[in-house]
Design a protein around this ligand. Structure first.
Ligand SMILES: Nc1nc2c(ncn2[C@@H]2O[C@H](COP(=O)(O)OP(=O)(O)OP(=O)(O)O)[C@@H](O)[C@H]2O)c(=O)[nH]1
Ligand SMILES: [Mg+2]
Length: 354
């Protein structure tokens, strides 16, 4: 699975600068509002230092990191739902993403125009929230007549209609779908509406260089992740050693990409496990709480169907005992069955039969 993340925010807050730095792909960043019109889509390898350590042990033909897709769209302004700015039709490009990153301007460069005159993170994030809620309400309003019609024909759809109506009322008060009080079962009924405010949301505070290691004030009760898009675009041009030194000078241990991906994994309840063989060392992504056969299924459906067992070592043991043979000799290679709950960093070797 490739995790996909949509980037939203006001115009000129640094979305494309961040996107370009993250994807090193040359998306458009420019000092005028609405620089981005067509959405930029970029796939990024998830940095994970553990992959290299594993490769040093097994000397594989290649290393295959997990990937994350970022989608950078046009900025939203107040009234976008009524066509202000470039309108909100670009939101369609992030309907299918797994999560939303909202870039909020905290940096203080007077040369960079702010669409409201001055940056005010609280007000700005409120504006975006309103526009996303209004976009979702429009989606609901389009869906309801059809649901009503279908529910008359098929009684099984009555529950869905009921929960959609209650959600509309909830959102009419300016609230996100995600905070809607409903059972998980009811929320599942709403999944095919792909509501934007139902998705997990992560705020990125685009801060000044010297605040990149700080703790920006919370937004709507959540702690934003401080990232300087400027710094990220500078380190995107550096080699690894230079980048590490520069980050250290700013009080940072990890790049914005690493911190952003870590935060997104945490937000979405995801973790990584590894396979390590002669052909490749590879990182895979599974939900926390996944059992061994489900992890096997991420690699191949046959692995899940014919699952027998998973020979598993923790990453730490794998490194300490120099690989699978060493772990086996030290009694650190576990034979795990169907009920095994995969842990972050597990190095797994699946036995299956099809
Ligand atoms: N000083 C400073 N300037 C920044 C930073 N991030 C972005 N900028 C500048 O802000 C301007 C807008 O950046 P973009 O990345 O194009 O902004 P955007 O959010 O994609 O804007 P739209 O596509 O118009 O919605 C550019 O001139 C950037 O150089 C930052 O962290 N610090
Ligand atoms: Mg842009």
């Amino acid at each position: 699975m490739t995790l996909s993340i949509g980037i939203v925010g006001l115009p000129n807050v640094g979305k494309s600068t961040l996107f370009t730095a993250l994807t090193r792909r040359g998306g458009l960043a420019a000092n005028y509002p609405f620089a981005t019109i067509e959405p930029n889509v970029g796939i990024v390898e998830v940095p994970d230092a553990r992959l290299q350590r594993l490769a040093d042990i097994v000397h594989p033909g290649r290393i295959v990191p997990a990937t994350v897709e970022f989608v950078d769209i046009a900025g939203l302004v107040k009234g976008a739902n009524e066509g202000e700015g470039l309108g909100n039709q670009f939101l369609a490009n992030i309907r299918e993403t797994d999560a939303i990153v909202e870039v909020v301007r905290y940096f203080s460069d007077h040369d960079v125009v702010h669409v409201e005159g001055t940056a005010d993170p609280g007000r700005d994030s409120e504006t975006i929230k309103t526009e996303l809620v209004l976009a979702d309400l429009a989606t609901l309003e389009r869906a309801l007549p059809r649901l009503e019609k279908d529910a008359r024909r098929d009684r099984a759809l009555a529950a869905k209609l009921d929960v959609a109506r209650r959600l509309e009322e909830w959102m009419d008060a300016g609230r996100r779908a995600r905070s809607f009080e409903a059972s998980d079962e009811e929320k599942r009924l709403l999944a095919d509406l792909h509501l934007l405010t139902m998705k997990p949301l992560l705020y990125v505070a685009n801060v000044d260089e010297d605040a990149a290691a700080g703790e920006p004030a919370p937004l709507d009760g959540a702690a934003p992740l401080p990232i300087s898009a400027q710094v990220e675009s500078e380190i995107a041009e550096m080699d690894a050693k230079e980048a590490t030194e520069y980050l250290a000078m700013l009080g940072l241990e990890q790049s914005g990409l690493e911190r952003l991906v870590t935060a997104a994994y945490r937000l979405l309840g995801l973790q990584s496990f590894f396979t390590a063989g002669e052909m490749e060392v590879k990182a895979w992504t599974v939900p926390i709480g996944a059992r061994a056969p489900q992890a096997a299924g991420v690699i191949h459906t046959d692995f899940e169907r014919g699952f027998i067992k998973a020979e598993t070592a923790s990453y730490e043991d794998y490194v300490e005992y120099g690989g699978e043979a060493g772990c086996r000799a030290a009694g650190k290679l576990r034979q795990e069955g169907r009920e095994y709950l995969v842990r972050d960093g597990d190095v797994m070797h699946f036995k299956f039969n099809v």
